[in-house]
Design a protein around this ligand. Sequence first.
Ligand code: ACO
Length: 323
Amino acid sequence: IRRAVPLGIGHYLPDRIVPNSHFESLVDTSDEWIRTRSGIERRHFASEGQTTSDLAVRAARAALENAGIDVSEIDGIIVATSTPDLTFPSVGTMVQAELGMTRGFAFDVQAVCAGFIYALCNANAMIVSGQADRLLVIGAETFSRIMDWTDRSTCVLFGDGAGALILGAEDGAGTSNDRGILATDLNSDGRYREMLYVDGGVSTTGTSGKLRMQGNPLFRQAVDKLTSTAEAALEKTGVTPEDVDWIVPHQANIRIIQGTAKKMGVPMERVIQTVQDHGNTSAASIPLALSVGVADGRIERGHLILSEAIGGGLAWGAVALRW
Ligand code: ACO
C-alpha cells in the first residue's frame, strides 16, 4: 500500500533569542515563575519586517537540502499557520513563489497549535490517494505579532519559528513496520472557543487582534485530550506505547508534556523537549522538535514517532509515523 514517508526535515529560528528576564521589566513576572509553570527558558522572536513566509521559506530550503531534492520534484506545499503574512494569498503560495516553484499547488491549513498535525493528515491523505507523490509540509508562525505585551499570562509563553518536512510516496507492506505515516487522529470541539482565541479578524474588528487564553482551564483539558488522541492513533496502528521510540509533542508547557507522557506510560527519556528553548511556537513546534531530534541524532530511521497537539478551537489530534 502507498505510504507517506519522510524524505527530509529542516527548520529555521529567527536570530533574536529572548530570555525570560526580558519580561521582568515588561510585566509583573519572574524567570522563576515562567520556568516552573511552563518550562520555558527562552524563545526566538522574528526581527522587524520578518514575516511568517520568510521563516517558512528558510525552513523549506533546509528540508529540501536535507532530502537532497530539488523544488521541481515537489508536487505541492501545505503550510500550517495561524499568523499568515496577509489575509490572502496564502503563505503556501508565497513560499511557492519564493522557492521558484511554478507547477503544483500550495495552500494553508489553520488549526492553531494542532495545525501541523492537521497538515500532516491532509498530506497523508493526498499521497495515499495518489493525488501527489511528494509534498512539502511546513509549520510556520510569528506569534510575537499577536501578543498583548501587557498580559503576563500569555506574552511570556510564545515564540516564533518554522519547521518543514518533506513526505514522499513509497510502497509499504501495510504493517506497522512500514516507514511513513501509519495512522492519524483528528478532533475538534468548537464549544471551547473562548478558551483560546484572537480578539480580532477581517469580518469582526477589521484588525488582526491579540491572543486571549484561559490558561488554567485549557491546561486541564489538554492532558486528557492529548492522551486520548495519542492512544487512538496508536490503536489504529496496532502498536502500544511501549513500541514508541519518541513522543514528539506540541511544545506548549512542560507540565502538559510530562502529564501526557506519564498518562501514556512513556518515560520522559523518550520525549523530545524543545519548549525550554523555543517556547510555544504553535503549528511550528512539532516540525521544529522533529528537526532538532533528527539533527542531534536521537531520531533515527525506523524509529516509531508519536506526535500530538492541542490548540485553539479547540482542535487536537495525533499522528503515528515510522521515521
Ligand atoms: N508571571 C507571574 N504570575 C503569573 C503569570 C506570569 N507570567 N501569569 C499568570 N500568573 C499568575 C496568575 O495570575 C495566577 O495568580 P493568582 O493565583 O493570584 O490568580 C497564578 O499565576 C497562577 O495562574 P494559573 O493560570 O492558575 O497558572 P497555571 O499553573 O495554570 O499555569 C499556564 C499557567 C502556564 C498558562 C498554564 O495554564 C498553561 O500552560 N496552559 C495551557 C496553555 C496551552 O496549552 N495552550 C494551548 C496551546 S497554545 C495554542 O493553541 C496557540
